[in-house]
Write a protein of this length. Structure first.
Lengths: 267, 278
């Protein structure tokens, strides 16, 4: 039925599937528009290059920093901070979140505190972290953990809360004990939701990178963009932002693939 | 009163024939009360007593809110009665156990396991060796006609197929009694009829005692040896009726005199006193 309608008509109907080629073209078009607008504004001299670098200048900077090896070093420093922070946070948040969603007593114990902390701005803790932890890698990792952990905890608790009671009841009638319910029902049933949460919070971890490298870092993408600000090197800032975005996109795709592989059984 | 007579009967039975098998399921004076949010007490079940003999297909039929599903959950050990006792195979129910298999109204297959692995779930928890498991699983997957789908995941199955797996999964554990909570309630009427026929076939082969909950009178008569008609507010058993229709039963019987008379009687029981309400 739907295929009889014109393509334009279908584009304007809510929740109707469209050919994948059309969708891909739309995604490409959006990028072309943004880059085109950028090029138009900068090359056309509408915005002075002091405020908006030309795409060519950003590419040149990228090549220059790649050649002298400093870009790789900064990228690696940032990846290290984000990864360590994200992994440490996830290793604690996943089991604790599952417990929080499954046991009312754990929820009652943790939830009020977690919901208080999770609204606190990470930035305001940076001076405290420096005071307590110093200015090394640990401090940067702590910022990432603080930004991600409490959100992960609440989201993962919700995932585990969402597991149907009947599924648990069914497993009891099949001879499961409480331990079996945890490891053979709640665990696997939560897996797709946990992976979705990790995917979303991984993106948040990247957004906290600049805050993490705000003070006392001597390498990293956040560090170079902050340093570039002092010298009005807008091209470096643009480059750093673009790379953070690309790295985020890559980790996001990675999680999407893992989700498809590990939890293909999910609806 | 009821308690006394039950106890007397127990006593008499114990003295007269100590080896005689007790009823497969015995529900004794079971009450279930709970607190409603506004503070009043709701009586879901009020001193319900009945027995289901071995190998019988017992059907609980009643309006919503009569506590028929609660009775099933209590028997499964998934909830505790406020007072009273339930015995299955002479053992008092004190929590869920493999001796009572259950098929739920909602789809409760484990979506991360294939059909085969779902049926295998209970056997695995028990630590049964793989070879032995495979034989039992194959038997029951065949029994419900899903051999072709044994390695499919639940998301690839229709609602009727999922409930067939749920039946196979419950039976694979070889329970003493099979509890079924409106298992076909969510299915379309065509599938429902097929499922009823399939269940009759599987039940005929396995000779399990079944306690089946439904609000569908046709289904109750078609499947049951005995129909327990329940009433609401408070939840109780109003009348127990034997179904005098020969097995094997086919769908044509819904046109028979006996069937229609019985249907009329149950309908009357379910709807009596409704005028008062309006």
């Amino acid at each position: 039925m739907a295929t009889r309608k014109s393509l334009l008509n279908r584009c304007l109907t809510p929740k109707v599937d469209l050919p994948s080629r059309l969708l891909l073209s739309a995604s490409t078009l959006c990028w072309l528009l943004v880059i085109g607008l950028w090029a138009g504004l900068s090359y056309g001299g509408v915005v002075p290059t002091m405020f908006l670098p030309t795409p060519g200048a950003v590419l040149e900077t990228a090549l220059r920093l790649t050649r002298d090896g400093s870009l790789a070093q900064h990228v690696w420093a940032s990846v290290e901070v984000v990864m360590i922070g994200f992994v440490v946070s996830s290793l604690v948040a996943v089991p604790l979140g599952l417990l929080m969603g499954s046991f009312r007593i754990v929820q009652a114990f943790l939830e009020p505190l977690v919901n208080f902390i999770r609204y606190l701005p990470v930035t305001s803790f940076v001076p405290l972290f420096i005071l307590w932890i110093g200015i090394g890698l640990e401090q940067r990792v702590t910022v990432i953990i603080f930004g991600v952990f409490f959100q992960q905890l609440v989201m993962i608790a919700d995932v585990s809360k969402g597991v149907s009671k009947d599924l648990i009841n069914a497993s009891y009638t099949l001879g499961s004990n409480r331990r079996d319910v945890l490891f053979h029902v709640l665990g696997p049933a939560s897996l797709p939701g946990v992976l979705d949460t990790l995917r979303v919070t991984m993106g948040w971890a990247w957004t906290y990178l600049v805050v993490a490298e705000l003070v006392a870092a001597n390498s990293g993408l956040g560090y170079i963009s902050l340093k570039a600000m002092r010298g009005f090197q807008v091209d470096v800032i643009f480059l750093a932002i673009a790379i953070i975005g690309l790295l985020g996109l890559m980790t996001d795709q990675l999680f999407r693939i893992i989700r498809l592989k590990v939890a293909s059984w999910a609806q | 009163m009821g308690a006394v007579t039950t106890m007397q009967r127990d006593h008499a039975a114990a003295k007269a024939a100590p080896t005689a098998a007790p009823a497969r399921l015995r529900v004794e004076e079971v009450s279930l009360h709970y607190q409603t949010p506004n503070g009043s007490t709701f009586t879901a079940l009020d001193k319900v007593s009945f027995e289901v003999p071995d190998e019988q297909f017992a059907v609980l039929v009643g309006p919503s809110g009569c506590g028929k599903s609660s009775l099933l959950y209590l028997t499964a050990g998934l909830a505790e009665p406020t007072s009273g006792k339930i015995h299955v195979g002479g053992q008092q129910v004190e929590g869920p156990g493999v001796d009572r298999g259950m098929v739920f109204q909602s789809y409760t297959l484990f979506p991360w396991l294939t059909v085969r692995q779902n049926v295998e779930f209970g056997l695995k928890r028990r630590g049964m060796p793989a070879r032995q498991r495979a034989d039992i699983v194959n038997f029951y997957v065949n029994e419900v006609g899903l051999a072709r789908f044994a390695d499919n995941y639940p998301k690839q199955l229709s609602g009727g197929m999922m409930q067939r797996v749920a039946i196979a999964r419950a039976l694979a554990n070889d329970p003493q009694i099979l509890l079924m909570d409106e298992p076909f309630g969510a299915l379309d009427s065509q599938t429902r009829l097929q499922m009823q026929q399939l269940l009759l076939k599987v039940w005929g082969n396995s000779k399990k005692t079944v306690l089946f909950v439904t609000h569908d009178i046709d289904e109750a008569i078609l499947l049951g040896d005995r129909v327990y008609v329940m009433g609401a507010r408070p939840g109780r058993i109003k009348k127990i009726l034997d179904v005098p229709i020969e097995r094997p039963r086919s769908l044509d019987m819904v046109m028979d005199r006996t069937f229609i008379d019985m249907k009329r009687e149950i309908f009357g029981l379910l709807h009596e006193g409704e005028e008062e309400v309006h």
